[in-house]
Design a protein around this ligand. Structure first.
Ligand SMILES: NC(=O)c1ccc[n+]([C@@H]2O[C@H](COP(=O)([O-])OP(=O)(O)OC[C@H]3O[C@@H](n4cnc5c(N)ncnc54)[C@H](O)[C@@H]3O)[C@@H](O)[C@H]2O)c1
Length: 269
């Protein structure tokens, strides 16, 4: 899919990867971009930046864990620009901890990293299926293909996010619906930088596993991935090799991950 002339919605568009995607979609000639986020001020900043650069954008305040909000975002997009061609469900949260993480952290992770993608699909699929055309882009994570040391709620819900995208891709391919799962490793956004500043083992392992990309680099990979209509969009190509090793010999891969976590934790002492 070429983004040119398309109507696009980006959730989590106030910051980081979502803001970079919204700006880039507009530069690629999108007809209109709706920037949705619970951080309304941030969403307005992104939309204003797009407008200053000559694009058409609208900011909408929305909590993506509330289905009515997601439906309202899509209704606003349709009223303002027309039917949504590309629904980019990108908002995400990172909650640390293991099985002992508070239930609220598990619930928040499930709500944002999984159910918000379900709500996004529900909001746009009926119209897309009717038109026989449409694209769902879900920002998941390399954590959804591999794991996320120190953050079980993140790893588990990102795996569920990839599984959902895969299911949608499989089930709707015959109806003109394209689906991509964006699975970056480390990207320099408030989500990762916060972890690095607090010497969080998970963030440090991510930084040790490959380049920390800029959000604009991720946007480049997304444009190429959409163009090729590739299911997995991997801004860090090495993730494909990590995934292959994990599938080939799970125990060996786990042993390697344990060593990486141990050496990272050791360095912190
Ligand atoms: N930064 C990384 O290293 C990295 C790596 C892999 C995947 N990701 C994923 O990329 C996506 C974007 O994250 P980012 O790194 O740009 O982080 P970020 O914190 O800069 O941006 C996340 C945005 O999502 C919004 N958001 C969170 N919960 C929301 C809710 N309930 N309703 C509406 N908006 C909500 C936040 O307000 C924020 O603007 C996330 O899904 C994240 O898991 C990030």
């Amino acid at each position: 899919m070429r983004v040119s002339d398309k109507v696009v919605v980006v959730t989590g568009g106030a910051s980081g990867i979502g803001a970079a995607l919204a700006r880039r979609f507009s530069r690629e000639g999108a007809f209109g971009v709706v920037v949705a986020d619970r951080d309304v001020e941030g969403a307005r900043d992104t939309a204003s930046e797009i407008a200053r650069a000559g694009g058409r954008a609208l900011a909408v305040g929305a909590d993506v864990t509330v289905e009515a909000d997601v439906q309202a975002v899509v209704a606003t997009a349709v009223d303002t620009f027309g039917p949504v061609d590309l629904m980019c469900s990108n908002a995400g949260v990172l909650r640390a901890g293991g099985a002992d993480a508070p239930d609220q952290d598990w619930a928040d992770s499930w709500a944002v990293n999984v159910m918000a993608h379900v709500y996004a699909a529900r909001a746009v699929l009926p119209s897309m299926l009717e038109r026989g055309d449409g694209y769902l882009l879900h920002t998941c994570s390399a954590a959804g293909l591999l794991t996320s040391p120190g953050a079980a709620p993140y790893a588990v819900t990102k795996h569920a996010g990839v599984a959902l995208a895969e299911w949608l891709a499989l089930s709707h391919a015959g109806h003109g619906i394209k689906v991509s799962a964006l699975c970056p490793q480390g990207v320099r956004t408030p989500m990762l930088v916060g972890g690095l500043e607090h010497d969080d083992v998970g963030a440090l392992v991510v930084a040790a596993s490959g380049n920390v990309l800029e959000p604009d680099d991720v946007a480049d990979a997304v444009i190429a991935g959409l163009d090729a209509e590739r299911f997995l969009i991997l801004p860090h190509p090495e993730v494909a090799e990590f995934e292959r090793r994990r599938a080939q010999d799970h125990d060996r891969w786990l042993a390697g991950m344990r060593r990486l976590v141990a050496t990272t934790s050791e360095r912190l002492r």
